[in-house]
Design a protein around this ligand. Structure first.
Ligand code: HEM
Length: 179
């Protein structure tokens, strides 16, 4: 990846690698976000008053979607995105803002996972929230992330507390090799 001058090599296979990782990132996040929007609708179809066979079918579909599709897609999106940070050297404020909203999306993901487990384990006891609540919890971070990543706004002047902008002189709790 490096060139003799010590910088990143921007010719040859490197742009192809970036395109590949970006393609994987986008494909995975489409599955991740679409799945997170579909799951609350699937959860709303869990009706304990229906037959056991119907309940079991929708419960199995929800569980499979979450465990086999949505969660692995989230892992792939995050891993590919993390590589892209270094490939694109995107150490810029819009990316940090994006990561804040990715954390909110991950929290919504965990909440929906909790609901999936609850309908499986306590079908009679558990009352699901109305589907617009988890959909909103997913939709807001997704919209903000897309605005940040596609608009790439210049946030260098965004007012941040001083302790976030200056080294605090702290030490790591272990020795690091000297350059
Ligand atoms: C930990 C999670 C994530 C990381 C570390 C990450 C990081 C990145 C990086 C570094 C890029 C390349 C930007 C560039 O080429 O200038 C990128 C592209 C992109 N990301 Fe993510 N991302 C993450 C999650 C997401 C999520 C959840 C979404 C959507 C909801 C998203 C949407 C996009 C899109 C649409 C692009 C293409 C933008 C472009 O080429 O202009 N990312 N991501």
């Amino acid at each position: 990846m490096g060139d003799p001058a010590g910088g990143l090599c921007v010719s040859g296979w490197f742009p192809v690698l970036i395109t590949l990782f970006k393609g994987v990132h986008i494909a995975a996040l489409i599955l991740w976000c679409a799945g997170l929007l579909a799951l609350p609708l699937m959860l709303s179809r869990h009706d304990p008053a229906g037959t056991a066979a119907e309940y079991s079918r929708i419960r199995r579909a929800t569980h499979t979607t979450y465990a086999i599709l949505v969660t692995p897609a989230a892992v792939v999106a995050v891993v590919a995105g993390t590589w892209l940070i270094f490939f694109r050297e995107a150490f810029v404020p819009w990316l940090y803002a994006k990561l804040l909203f990715v954390a909110a999306l991950a929290a919504a993901h965990a909440w929906i996972g909790h609901l999936v487990v609850q309908v499986a384990e306590k079908p009679e006891k558990h009352r699901l929230p109305r589907s617009y609540l988890p959909i909103t919890a997913v939709g807001i971070p997704v919209i903000v992330i897309l605005m940040l990543v596609l608009g790439k706004p210049d946030l260098w002047d965004f007012p941040l507390p001083g302790w976030l902008l200056e080294p605090q002189g702290g030490q790591l709790p272990f020795d690091v090799p000297k350059r």
